[in-house]
Ligand binder design. Structure first.
Ligand code: HEM
Length: 233
């Protein structure tokens, strides 16, 4: 009996497809999360009571089956796992595309760094730094611009007030990076999933990318902007 083993090049191709699928899949997890997070943030327009009770309900959700904050911990674990897979796949694919591999079995191919691939790389890194800053700010409360408070609503208002104008500026810049990442990421995911095969499909993928970028980044940005100009206080 003879067995056929796939060539090293074929295996490398397969794992490239797998990495792209992992990027698309984890990207979709992030899109789901930011959509819900953005929607939740809009509760600031319902006032302090509405926003703070929403933050509290998030922690009580699923009790007594889940422990207090149980859902939040499940979300944290899923997000962290997705982040590790997303970044690992991105770095591996990037290194492969740039011929930084040690294996000699594939032909090294020079790939031009397009504007999009550059913004994905640097924008992705900027988002990563933003998320670290954001967690130190709102979750661990290690950084407390404008003063700490037990009310999540008050922490948000303190942070984005004009006295600390740099905080809303950091958030707004990060939302710009998020918009670009979502726009191009949606396009890449559509390509990986075989959804860009015809002009009509490409147009759909483009519209989906722009819509997600505007709705999610715009929906997030409206919160620091509203505090900055005094609509929310
Ligand atoms: C203007 C934009 C944003 C605002 C005002 C905002 C606000 C907040 C607030 C108030 C919390 C704390 C919630 C709580 O303690 O109940 C939080 C948590 C968090 N946010 Fe955001 N957020 C923004 C954008 C983002 C973006 C773009 C991401 C992801 C890319 C993100 C990821 C997270 C994460 C991972 C947590 C921690 C959840 C946890 O483990 O408790 N946020 N955010």
């Amino acid at each position: 009996m003879t067995t056929t083993t796939p060539s090293l090049a074929a295996r490398s191709r397969t794992s490239t497809i797998l990495l792209k699928l992992l990027m698309a899949g984890t990207g979709l997890v992030f899109i789901g999360y930011v959509l819900l997070h953005m929607y939740g943030n809009l509760k600031v327009f319902g006032g302090q009571e509405s926003f703070d009770s929403y933050a509290e309900h998030l922690r009580e959700f699923g009790e007594p089956i889940l422990p207090y904050s149980g859902l939040l911990w499940i979300i944290r674990v899923v997000l962290l796992g997705s982040l590790v897979v997303h970044v690992y796949s991105a770095v591996t694919l990037w290194r492969r595309a740039h011929g930084a591999r040690t294996q000699k079995y594939t032909v090294a191919k020079r790939v031009h760094s397009t504007w999009s691939s550059k913004t994905m790389r640097w924008g992705g890194l900027a988002l990563l730094l933003f998320v670290v800053f954001h967690i130190l700010h709102f979750t661990t409360r290690t950084i407390t611009p404008g003063g700490d408070s037990d009310s999540p609503y008050q922490r948000l208002v303190n942070s984005f007030s004009p006295d600390q104008w740099w905080v809303p500026v950091v958030y707004l810049l990060a939302m710009g990076a998020l918009a670009m990442h979502l726009r191009h990421g949606t396009w890449s995911a559509a390509q990986t999933l075989g959804l860009t095969g015809s002009p009509a499909a490409r147009q759909r993928a483009n519209v989906a990318g722009y819509t997600l970028a505007v709705v999610i980044a715009g929906g997030f940005a409206i919160v620091p902007l509203s505090v900055l100009v005094g609509i929310v206080e």
